[in-house]
Design a protein around this ligand. Structure first.
Ligand SMILES: [Zn+2]
Length: 319
């Protein structure tokens, strides 16, 4: 198996990333295709299978070279049965038998997991986790995803919903509405939209001058840039965000005491302007021995975490 390639897929709502990865977690080839959600998502797996065959042809490599296929998909997953409980934004019916369909269409053995879990496995294997066996990953993007790794494997929970860090309640009363139906979830304040939510609220509640005031629309990045340049209202917004994120991560730290908590996703590109205040609140809320032994760090793999984690699944779950 060591000579064979692991096929890894990171399925997203708009694009699907596919990669051939070697046994050491190094990417040999990677590419992207559009996720075609038409006809209740029937074409999604078909297109992936077709694209893999085309890539093999292009590289003059036989299918024998492939060890199996791993996929990270959005939504809660039953890993044993290979079923996605719900993936409304892909058009699939509930309890979609993704693993079976993947195996039929590609002719390869398949293993699936949740996309945020795959990103966490990727960071564990080749990223900021640096081989750590106890690791929490939180991805701050359009939403907030999470993955919890304990003793070197993903924690799934009883219904595949473990690690839903984005839906930890951080504002117990009068919080923003979340897509999940609850209010005050971490996602409503720490995703890209969440940062904007917080800034809009700060603007409404004060008369403070700010470069953000009077803008029709602004992005999370603009809030971080303004904070970095000394805009006080933007700085207060980032401090609020850091308070909520630091609180959630400290509580996770208190429950799990992992080696590392890794922060990734588009919002984490803000870097130190975000990480430093999050550290401050993490230190404030973490249990004494947790704050001295659990490290907060930024993710290093960026967009490749998902495919590298999916490749890890092939190597460790299909062997
Ligand atoms: Zn929620």
């Amino acid at each position: 198996m060591s000579e064979k390639w692991l096929v890894a897929v990171d399925l997203g709502g708009t694009t699907t990333k596919i990669a051939f990865v070697n046994d050491y977690g190094e990417i040999i080839k990677k590419w992207e295709i559009v996720t075609d959600k038409s006809e209740s998502g029937k074409k999604i797996v078909l297109n992936i299978a077709k694209s893999i065959d085309e890539k093999l042809d292009e590289m003059h490599v036989s299918k024998q070279q492939l060890a199996g296929i791993g996929m990270g998909a959005p939504g809660p997953v039953d890993v044993e049965k290979g079923i996605i409980y719900e993936a409304v934004n892909l058009g699939w019916e509930n309890n979609y038998p993704l693993k079976n369909i993947l195996e039929v269409e590609t002719g390869l053995s398949a293993v699936i997991d949740n996309d945020a879990n795959c990103a966490a496995l990727g960071e564990m294997w080749k990223g900021a986790g640096n081989g750590a066996k106890d690791l929490v990953c939180v991805t701050l993007g359009t939403g907030v995803g999470g993955g919890v790794i304990a003793n070197g494997d993903i924690v799934h929970g009883t219904h595949g919903a473990a690690g839903e860090i984005g839906h930890i309640t951080v504002v117990p009363e009068h919080g923003f509405q979340c897509n999940c139906g609850k209010q005050g979830c971490l996602e409503t304040v720490a995703s890209a939209t969440g940062v904007v939510n917080l800034a809009v609220k700060e603007l409404e509640q004060s008369n403070m001058a700010s470069v953000l005031r009077g803008q029709d629309a602004f992005s999370a990045k603009m809030v971080f840039d303004a904070a970095r340049e000394g805009d006080e209202l933007a700085a207060m917004t980032v401090d609020r965000l850091a308070f909520y994120l630091g609180l959630a991560l400290a509580n996770l730290g208190n429950a799990l005491n992992p080696d590392k908590i890794v922060i990734g996703g588009g919002v984490s590109k803000a870097g130190d302007v975000l990480l430093i205040p999050v550290q401050k609140y993490f230190q404030k809320f973490a249990f004494n021995s947790v704050k001295h032994s659990t490290l907060l760090d930024l993710a290093v793999l960026e967009n490749d975490a998902g495919v590298i984690g999916a490749a890890w699944l092939v190597k460790h779950k299909l062997a």
